[in-house]
Design a binder for this molecule. Structure first.
Ligand SMILES: *[C@@H]1O[C@H](CO)[C@@H](O)[C@H](O)[C@H]1NC(C)=O
Length: 273
């Protein structure tokens, strides 16, 4: 069955993330704000992640983002040879998620802009699918924004995965990842929409490129497109390593899982009898 295949799950996860996150943006933009606002877009992204992870259960939050997969490779916890196919699953999932949103909102997007597919201006619709910098944002400002945001994001992702830092009930994990995404959205979203994720940005950008928005999707913002790809890797590594060095490296070396403790209690009571 497909869902037993890890890459396939990642594909579903990314399709889901894109479908709900971009769907929320499409609803707000094409309704010119009558059916939602900035906060509903952030809620959409967060809830999209929650349900995406529930659908693709078994995929740890770790691989929600190629940046984290890379960090795990760097730390020696994930085989490098799997990285290209994982990243490809992310990319294809995000691409097809964007295509589905376009299909679903085709009429709305056409009506909104009078049939023109624009990247900038009051009738722009490219921002439904991927990140573009706000007018005030300089190149260096965007780089700093993305490094800081992704570092924080990955630091929290690693903490959620760290069983020695207060283990979480399994079912709570997707909800907390969603809460994390909402946190990022309400605190770090106004510069460039907190892309945080190279695959979720590049996949949909490639879709808009082929679907009719054209090469402007790569030229806009002074050739902005590569910043949400490169900066998250830098920030992600920084965040992961910060957590490793400042927190994880200080855990005791032989932790006891709740299961082990339980087994010991059972053994003890057996002896007492
Ligand atoms: C935006 O699209 C509407 C059609 O929905 C059109 O009437 C209007 O002129 C467009 N505005 C600009 C600035 O292109």
């Amino acid at each position: 069955m497909c869902l037993q295949n890890y890459r396939c799950r990642l594909f579903f996860l990314f399709m889901h993330l894109q479908l709900i996150g971009s769907g929320a943006a499409a609803q707000v933009i094409t309704s010119r704000g009558t059916h939602g606002n900035y906060l509903t877009i952030q809620l959409g992204s967060a809830l999209g992640a929650v349900f995406g992870i529930f659908v693709a259960r078994g995929v740890s939050g770790a691989h929600l983002n190629p940046v984290y997969s890379l960090s795990l490779c760097v730390l020696g916890r994930h085989p490098w040879r799997k990285l290209p196919l994982y990243s490809l699953s992310h990319l294809v999932g995000a691409f097809l998620g964007a295509a589905t949103v376009y299909l679903q909102y085709y009429d709305a997007i056409q009506a909104f802009s009078g049939g023109e597919l624009l990247v900038a201006g009051p009738n722009a619709t490219a921002g439904i699918f991927c990140s573009y910098p706000a007018d005030h944002l300089s190149f260096w400002g965007g780089l700093v924004d993305q490094v800081v945001a992704t570092a924080l994001f990955l630091l929290c992702c690693v903490a959620l995965e760290d069983q020695q830092n207060g283990p979480l009930p399994d079912g709570l994990h997707p909800v907390l990842v969603g809460a994390l995404i909402l946190t990022m959205g309400v605190s770090m979203g106004s510069n460039c929409g907190f892309p945080l994720n190279p695959a979720r940005d590049l996949g949909p950008r490639l879709f808009t490129f082929v679907a009719g928005w054209g090469e402007e999707v790569f030229k806009a913002g002074g050739g902005w497109w590569w910043v949400p790809i490169v900066a998250p890797f830098v920030g992600g590594l920084l965040g992961t390593l910060t957590y490793e060095v400042l927190i994880e490296a200080h855990h005791q070396t032989t932790p006891q899982s709740p299961q082990q403790e339980l087994e010991e209690v059972v053994v003890d009571s057996g002896n007492n009898r």
